[in-house]
Design a protein around this ligand. Sequence first.
Ligand code: 6GU
Length: 281
Amino acid sequence: MTADPAMRIDVVTIFPEYLDPFRHALLGKAIENGILQVGVHNLRQWTHDVHQAVDSTPCGGGPGMVMKPEVWGPALDDVAAGTGPAAEAEDLESATPHKGSNAAGGVGNKTLQHSGEKPLLVVPTPAGAPFSQEMAQRWSRERHVVFACGRYEGIDQRVVEDAEQRYRVEEVSIGDYVLIGGEVAVLVMAEAMVRLIPGVLGNRASHEEDSFQDGLLEGPSYTRPRQWRGLEVPEVLFSGNHAKIEQWRREQSLLRTQQRRPELLEHVELSKSDRQVLGCD
Ligand code: 6GU
């Protein structure tokens, strides 16, 4: 037996192989260390017909196809409860398993049903609320997160409405452009969320200075050599004066934000010296 992971993620999709990147790098490491459990489920397991149809023509006409409620409903019921095909699914293993933390495999989500709290259901859609660092922060404290990947023109809206009985539901977009399906958006959101779980990033302080954590973009970074292809590392970084270095980094952050994302400055508390840097006194 291994200790309960900090978080379990389940993904329901018609393209399970799209989620393979979960097994690599940071996410794979979190799985290997027993912090994270991931189940990926093929939606077609919940179809009833020989063609395994998951979609149908839209009511009222129009282009594209809409994903069927009779398939999604039972799929989300089973994933919430850890029953049916969802109970049989093998958990994802890291691409580089060697510590054996997940080697038993297939443990499923049976321990989750006693936690009392409804799991979080995230439905990726370009019509969703904008995904943000604040959301990633909030989700990183969840015990069970389920992602429902729609394709085509989306999922019958009644599925989302009905899921409220078993889940807390959020429809979320990762930006103002249209993807073919939610799978890549799930990878984006999961990575942003999982890296914030304590113990996933080696350096605990390292996300306190992230872009967006203080509402500003991060400034430039440098490493040795001090001179490279005729370009110098800014002098101040070798001064040994930490207060001066911090002040310089703040200036760089402010100036870069003003240039690239000026709208972000409206939500940041600016000191007198910040306003001087920005030339708005
Ligand atoms: Cl979350 N899903 C899809 N299909 N397209 C998107 C998106 C999500 N966010 C932006 N475009």
